[in-house]
Design a protein around this ligand. Structure first.
Ligand code: SF4
Ligand code: SF4
Length: 77
């Protein structure tokens, strides 16, 4: 079994904490472009989208721990 991130998108408030903490862990500073996870606004559907770069993500689960809304959850596959 491998850890994976389960995304419950309807809960996302677009705070970007996941992006900022991921970039801090990867690059040691807050820069969204350094993160393995991105949060985009889908204006047509009026909701957020999470894009996870599977190559960059090492499943450290820091973003899951920081997400205040339960959008990101730890799972296994
Ligand atoms: S699990 Fe770790 S590396 Fe992957 S997106 Fe979250 S904080 Fe970044
Ligand atoms: S930390 Fe959670 S609520 Fe905030 S943008 Fe990321 S997924 Fe959405």
């Amino acid at each position: 079994m491998e850890p994976t991130i389960i995304i419950n998108i309807k809960n996302c408030c677009g705070c970007n904490l996941c992006v900022l903490f991921c970039s801090w862990r990867r690059a040691k500073y807050f820069e969204p472009g350094k993160a393995a996870i991105q949060v985009n606004k889908d204006y047509k559907r009026n909701r957020y989208q999470i894009v996870l770069d599977e190559e960059k993500c090492d499943r450290c689960m820091l973003c899951v721990a920081q997400c205040p809304t339960g959008t990101l959850l730890k799972g296994e596959k």
